[in-house]
Design a binder for this molecule. Structure first.
Ligand code: ADP
Length: 270
C-alpha cells in the first residue's frame, strides 16, 4: 500500500521485483540503443560477433560504441588493434576510438600492462562495468553494444540489472551442450524482462573454398529447433572462417569482409 517503488526510503521488506535498478548515463552522453551480446559460455565467439556487429553498424552510418563488460577476458581492444591507455579528466574517462571511429571502453585500456590478469571478485567487476556506463563520456551514440560477461552468474546478472539494455542477442555454436546453455541465458534475460532479439549461430559451418560445399564441423545445427522452442528468430549464421580468426588476431577486425550481420543492424535501426 502506498508503494512509490523507492526502496531506499522504505523499511518494508516486501521484495518488490519491479524496482528499477537501471543506472542513468552521465550528462556528456546520450545513448539511443543499448544491445547486450550474450553467451552462456566462453569461447563461442561472443566478442568476435560483438566486434563485427559494431563494424556493421558503423559502416551503416550509425555512431557506434562498444562497452567491454567481459572484464576477466577482455578481447575487444585487441580485436580492433587498440593498445593505448584510456585518458580522462575530472569529468570522466574518454573512450578509445577505432580506425573507423567506433568508441571503445574496456578494462584493458586501464591496466598498466594489457596482459595482466584481472583477479577481482564479482562485486568489483560489476562496479567497474557500471562505472564504464556512468563515468565514460561516450558522447552521442546511436547504438552501443555491450560485450557481456559470459555465463549466467552473479556478474552478468548485475549487468542485466544495471544497464538499460534494449535487448540482447545470444551467440551460440552448433554443439549440443551449448543448446542447454542458450536456454539458461534466455531464461535469465526473460527473468529480468529484457527483450531477446534473437540468436546468432557462430562457427555454424565451414564452406570449402574450392567446391563451396558447406560442412558441419561441429555437428548438425539445432539452432532452428531451439529458436522455435524459445519463440525467437535466428538472426544470422556465421561460418568458421580462418580469415576472420586471422584478422581478429591481428587487431584488424574492421577489415573482415562480411555482410551477414547487416540485416541485424537494419532491424535495430527500425
Ligand atoms: P568469446 O568472446 O565467446 O570467448 P571470441 O570471440 O574471443 O570468443 O572467439 C574465440 C576465438 O575464436 C578467437 O580466437 C576468434 O578469433 C575465433 N573465432 C570466433 N569466431 C570465429 C569464426 N566465425 N571463424 C573463425 N574463428 C572464429
Amino acid at each position: 500500500m502506498g508503494c512509490n517503488h523507492d526502496c531506499s526510503s522504505c523499511s518494508s521488506k516486501c521484495g518488490d521485483e519491479k524496482q528499477d535498478m537501471r543506472l542513468p548515463v552521465n550528462e556528456y552522453s546520450t545513448v539511443k540503443k543499448v544491445i547486450g551480446v550474450v553467451s552462456g559460455k566462453g569461447g563461442v565467439g561472443k566478442s568476435t560477433v560483438t566486434s563485427l556487429l559494431a563494424v556493421a553498424a558503423q559502416s551503416k552510418g550509425l555512431q557506434t560504441a562498444i562497452l567491454d563488460a567481459d572484464v576477466t577476458g577482455p578481447s575487444i581492444p585487441k580485436a580492433f588493434g587498440i593498445h593505448q591507455r584510456a585518458e580522462g579528466d575530472e569529468q570522466g574517462l574518454f573512450p578509445a576510438e577505432s580506425k573507423l571511429g567506433i568508441r571503445v571502453m574496456s578494462v584493458n585500456l586501464l591496466l598498466e600492462k594489457e596482459d595482466a590478469p584481472v583477479v577481482w571478485r564479482g562485486p568489483v567487476i560489476s562496479g567497474v562495468i557500471n562505472q564504464f556506463w556512468q563515468e565514460v563520456m561516450w558522447g552521442d551514440v546511436d547504438c552501443m553494444f555491450v560485450d557481456m560477461p559470459p555465463g549466467t552468474g552473479d556478474v552478468p546478472l548485475t549487468v542485466f540489472q544495471g544497464l538499460p539494455l534494449d535487448g540482447i542477442i545470444i551467440v551460440t555454436t552448433p554443439q549440443d551442450l551449448v543448446t542447454m546453455i542458450v536456454k539458461k541465458a534466455y531464461n535469465m534475460a526473460k527473468l529480468m524482462n529484457i527483450p531477446i532479439l534473437g540468436l546468432v549461430e557462430n562457427m555454424s559451418y565451414f564452406e570449402c573454398p574450392d567446391c563451396h560445399k558447406k560442412h558441419s564441423i561441429f555437428g548438425e545445427s539445432k539452432i532452428d529447433e531451439v529458436a522455435e522452442e524459445l519463440g525467437v528468430p535466428v538472426l544470422a549464421r556465421l561460418p568458421i572462417d580462418p580469415k576472420t580468426a586471422n584478422l581478429v588476431d591481428k587487431g584488424a577486425v574492421e577489415l573482415v569482409d562480411t555482410d551477414i550481420l547487416l540485416p541485424i543492424i537494419d532491424k535495430l535501426s527500425n
